[in-house]
Design a protein around this ligand. Sequence first.
Ligand SMILES: [Zn+2]
Length: 175
Amino acid sequence: MSPITHGMIGWIISQPLEKRRDRLFVTVASLLPDFDGAGAIINIDYYAQYHHTFGHNIFFGLLLFFITLKYGIDKKNTAILVFISFNSHIVSDLFGSGAGWGIPFFWPVNNVMFEFSYPFQWELDSWQNLLTTSICIVFIIILGLFKNRTIVEMFSVNADEKVVRIFHRWFGSGK
Ligand SMILES: [Zn+2]
């Protein structure tokens, strides 16, 4: 699944949290696994070898959990949502990364591959992924109207306020 969709899912999961910094932790947790694909910048062989390995296993998820437990503000709740957000990435990949992209979830302890199959697996550029992204956008607009914040807050609070104002104008809900 595309990093943008992963990020949107993570941000939606972060919504029960009061503090923006905690929501940032949860959103980032949904994006970090794909850093094991960054080897593509050096060499496509690195990508093939390491993508879906050191970022896509339960130990990396637990590492994020414990880091958040130390540095989060609402520590316990943020750490739990970080772990859920991390796993949302894994599940989304199982559904929407196409065939041949199994995930060794217990790597490096073992290399057992987890992989869904048809009809619970679809290609990266499929309508199912597009639908997921569209549903996320609808959720983000709804949250913008009801909680007065959007995913843009991850980059800039000022820009986020502007976006919220635009949503309110579109939907005639005042503010
Ligand atoms: Zn991934």
